[in-house]
Design a protein around this ligand. Structure first.
Ligand code: HSE
Length: 371
């Protein structure tokens, strides 16, 4: 059985990933080893570990014994450990969710419902680095998969509404603390306007907790995610076109994908408002058929108030593998312009699920080669 070293399994994405391993009984397909940067030597509490000792995630020798390493530990871990492993001659398969290695030529960004064939080709060609894409990019491509397959898109502009989970566990916890304080403050007055004044003062108070979110997010939003990048874009905004086209294997003929990325107060679902320029005018029923039949997870929501409120919100989609897309309608610019809205779970399809699936793809490919 292949040895798979897991790093970051205690974190938020790692916990969601292990939960999916439980649900799909993936543990039966490999021999797991649990690594940690801080708990080495302790007994692993996960049922799948059966009391095994936790190994040191900085020990290159121990890591090198693995056939596959899957890290959800974050970019700094990848930056520190990956080069040392390769320099030590480790030729195993590296899977992670960090942006560090994504744009390297030898890396494949994994989103198998879209680029499953490219993943298998990369494996056959000796590829060793399989990296999960940026969450908004993966969620966007899955939502518009049908239009991409039909080669109907000339360009896409995506305005994002990104959840706190994308900023990490501490970011999410701090947002919840902010909500609590905002709620308590609001309860001290009895009209909406006087409540707003109390809340506003609370948000602007130097003691309001925002050491992680940097500025208040509860009762507000932040139209800036990640670092400044180029031409006025943030790095998060740049990733849409760069990573999206790498996944689509269109770097030589890139599909323009651009927009603004905004952090909002939802917990773990990223939403995106889309403006799509089609390559030709198209009727909505044709577009609907293409969208809803594209993959097993896309869930088309009719452009009606009740259906939208019931199924096209972070509250409805959180914790599911659904890629909800709706609000589909022509825009005033013509029948070759459409508006749409999509919601997907940032921790599932946005992070853990592509890694879980590529792990299984690698395992089945290696096992079929051994037969
Ligand atoms: N960069 C994303 C965000 C999360 O900040 O929401 C990881 O893909």
């Amino acid at each position: 059985m292949l040895k798979v070293g897991l790093i970051g399994w205690r974190g938020m994405v790692g916990s969601v990933l292990c939960g999916r391993f439980d649900e799909e009984n993936d543990w039966a397909g490999f021999q797991p080893f649990f690594f940690s940067t801080s708990k080495a030597g302790e007994s692993c509490p996960l049922a799948a570990a059966r009391g095994a000792s936790i190994l040191d995630a900085k020990n290159i020798n121990e890591l090198s014994k693995m056939d596959i390493l899957l890290s959800t530990q974050g970019g700094s871990y990848t930056e520190e450990i990956y080069p040392k492993l390769r320099a030590a001659g480790w030729t195993g398969y590296w899977i992670d969710a960090a942006s560090t290695l994504r744009m390297k030529e030898e890396s494949t960004i994994v989103l198998d419902p879209i680029n499953g064939a490219a993943i298998k080709e990369a494996l056959k060609a000796g590829g060793r680095d399989f990296i999960g894409g940026n969450c908004t990019v993966s969620l966007l491509l899955l939502a518009i998969h049908g239009l991409l397959k039909a080669d109907l898109i000339e360009w896409v502009s995506s305005m994002t509404y990104q959840a706190a989970s994308g900023g990490g566990a501490a970011f999410m916890s701090e947002l919840l603390k902010q909500y609590q304080l905002v709620g308590e403050k609001g309860a001290q007055a009895d009209t909406a306007l006087s409540q707003e004044i109390l809340v506003r003062d609370e948000l602007r108070s130097p003691s309001f907790p925002c050491s992680v979110t940097k500025v208040p997010l509860a009762a507000s939003l932040i139209p800036w995610i990640d670092v400044p990048w180029q031409d006025g874009r943030t790095k998060e905004e740049w990733k849409a076109m760069a990573e999206g086209n790498k996944i689509l294997d269109r770097t030589a003929n890139p599909l323009p994908i651009d927009g603004l990325c905004v952090r909002v107060g939802s917990l773990r679902c990223h939403s995106q408002g889309l403006t799509i320029k089609l390559r030709r005018p198209a009727e909505l029923n044709e577009l609907e058929e293409l969208i809803k039949n594209a993959n097993s997870w896309v869930r088309y929501i009719p452009n009606e108030a009740e259906a939208t409120r019931a199924a096209l919100t972070p509250a409805a989609v959180s914790g599911t593998l659904d890629i909800a897309i709706g609000r589909l309608h022509h825009l005033a610019m013509g029948k070759d312009y459409i508006g749409a809205f999509t919601v997907g779970d940032q921790l599932l399809w946005g992070a853990a699920e592509p890694l879980r699936r590529v792990l299984n793809i690698i395992i089945s490919q290696l096992e079929s080669e051994q037969c």
